[in-house]
Design a protein. Structure first.
Length: 340
């Protein structure tokens, strides 16, 4: 056998092997999606219905229960979160809403290339504008007035526990449609001094009620900081270290956040920070929480934890914000809560 013929045979075999692997991966993904779309007996009651963002005393979320409404934006009565849920036709990877304005982050793996986009929504969940995303959806928030929306995506890496990851965080003025593509253009004051670095990353925006102040996580030089920012001033200032995915309380006095409890690990504990004293209070949840918690009211927080035995699903839990009590299951098969 000639050297050329041998190389051609090796090349052909490699092509067939890769084709087989690709087909296998596609079939495996299709099988997983098919299982996810099959309703499970004994699961929560999910039905199609009208869902608007100006409803009162409702809790919206991304439905994770198996069946045709998986990943749909759904809602339940706030007083009965374990009851039957109403599902819309809108499907999202991440979702948040406030004051009749919603933001939906979508991710479509596609055949050749993943497609990611952010949808700005009106109160009837109609898309007002679509924005392409530079990476995989991670976090989403809307200001209390509905004036601003923010989102974070992974540009590289797939989690905050990855050894190497890069994020991009954007803020949108929903009135003027002016988009700040990346917070990395904002000026930074770190420990009282002007700061610039090539490794700066931001994530997890949360808004104050004045439609200018926001809080977020700044990551640089292997440290994370809580920053307070000004949209109009295009600037941020560090407040304290080891704060990730902040969430501002409705009364504007406290920040819920995840704190890395062991250096260089993916173990986090949920804490609440008093903004006046910077005193930290550990919450009763003992599991590692990799989520941006949501305040259901001034006294209670909600967050997602992986469902036992299912890495592709999560449940919503709640816990008192003062460190007392114990966690309780809020909504099984759900994520991205937003109280209306």
């Amino acid at each position: 056998m000639t050297s050329l013929r041998r190389r051609l045979l090796v090349f052909a075999a490699a092509v067939l092997l890769l084709a087989g692997l690709g087909t296998g991966l596609v079939l495996k993904a299709a099988a997983r999606a098919d299982r996810a779309n099959q309703p499970q007996s004994g699961g929560p009651a999910v039905s199609s219905g009208k869902l608007t963002l100006d409803q009162k005393n409702r809790l919206t979320f991304v439905n994770g229960a198996s069946g045709p409404h998986r990943t749909a934006v759904a809602s339940v009565a706030s007083a009965n979160p374990g009851g039957g849920r109403t599902a819309s036709d809108l499907k999202c990877a991440r979702f948040y809403a406030a004051a009749g304005t919603g933001v939906c982050l979508q991710s479509d793996p596609g055949v050749l290339k993943q497609s990611n986009k952010a949808l700005l929504l009106d109160a009837d969940l109609r898309t007002e504008k679509t924005f392409p995303l530079a990476g995989t959806p991670s976090r989403a928030r809307v200001s209390p007035s509905g004036r601003f929306a923010a989102w974070t995506v992974f540009v590289s890496g797939e989690s905050y526990a990855s050894a190497f990851f890069s994020t991009r965080t954007s803020i949108l003025d929903t009135r003027t449609m002016k988009l700040i593509p990346s917070l990395e253009t904002f000026s930074i004051t770190l420990d009282g001094k002007s700061y610039k670095a090539a490794d700066v990353n931001f994530w997890g925006v949360t808004f104050a009620a004045d439609d200018d102040t926001f809080y977020a996580t700044l990551n640089t030089a292997n440290k994370t900081y809580l920053v307070r920012g000004s949209i109009s001033g295009e600037s941020v200032t560090t407040l304290t270290e080891n704060v990730e995915c902040p969430s501002l309380s409705p009364d504007g006095t406290r920040i819920a956040f995840k704190k890395r409890v062991l250096s260089r690990t993916d173990l986090w504990r949920e804490y609440v920070l008093d903004l006046d004293t910077l005193r930290e209070t550990p919450l009763a949840e003992r599991h590692s929480v990799d989520d941006q918690a949501t305040w259901l009211d001034d006294d209670t927080l909600a967050y997602a934890l992986p469902t036992d035995g299912d890495v592709d699903s999560s449940d919503l839990w709640s816990v008192p914000a003062d460190g007392s009590g114990s966690p309780r299951l809020l909504i099984a098969g759900a994520s991205s809560p937003a109280p209306l």
